[in-house]
Design a protein around this ligand. Sequence first.
Ligand code: MLT
Length: 262
Amino acid sequence: MQVLVAGETFHVEVRGAGPPLVLLHGFPLDHTMWEAQLEFFSVGWRVIAPDLRGFGASVVTPGRVTMEQMADDCRGLLDALEIAGPVALCGLSMGGYVAWQFARKYPDRLRRLVQCDTRAIADSSEAAANRRKLAEHVLAAGTEALAVAMLPKLFAPGTTQRRPEVISAVRAMIAVAPPAGAAAAQYGMAERPDVTAWLPSVRVPTLLIVGAHDAISPPDEMRAISQAIPGASLRVIENAGHMAPMENPADVNRAIAKFLAV
Ligand code: MLT
């Protein structure tokens, strides 16, 4: 469905009925990366998977879009959907950067946090410079450069054989990502804050999920995040890399369901 937030249009997939579970996609993807979770959790949950600003069928804002702006958008979406109570929030990678900002700014709107394959640290100055260079390239030549840069790093070695359809789906999402939206998110991610020092103040039950072969946000880095958040737990998913919810949805869904059921 299309939802208006402060006069801007967002696309959000809403399925099922029950307590709200919000899913925030990674870069440069859209809500369809959560298909397996939309299907699984729509029995018992109202699953809400928006296209973040700049992606899918949502508004594109050229320039720079910060993770905080995207968190504000999510808060606005919840208001537009008349969800006033706290939600369970699950982000993947860039969606996780957004979820940190949501948790920091809107703690009263958060009940549970699931962070998949994401990072707490900021970009190094070299990583930020590379991102900006790639953003310029995307603006000039389209998102193919992102596919070339990212696809080799996103999956576990066995995913190509086991789940070739996952790789095609991600490739297709990257191909249709709006270049101006992807570039704006790159500029925003390049200046995202390091939230490491803030992690001990997370007050909601938190689950960290990471693919055993994640090369972008590796298990050791996510273990350190889980150790910094009071009471948090970590689940390492076999047969998965950075795109764990797509590569091994059965194990990811089981882990999230168990966490949400407590
Ligand atoms: C993602 O999957 O969202 C990206 O790997 C995030 C990033 O580029 O830092």
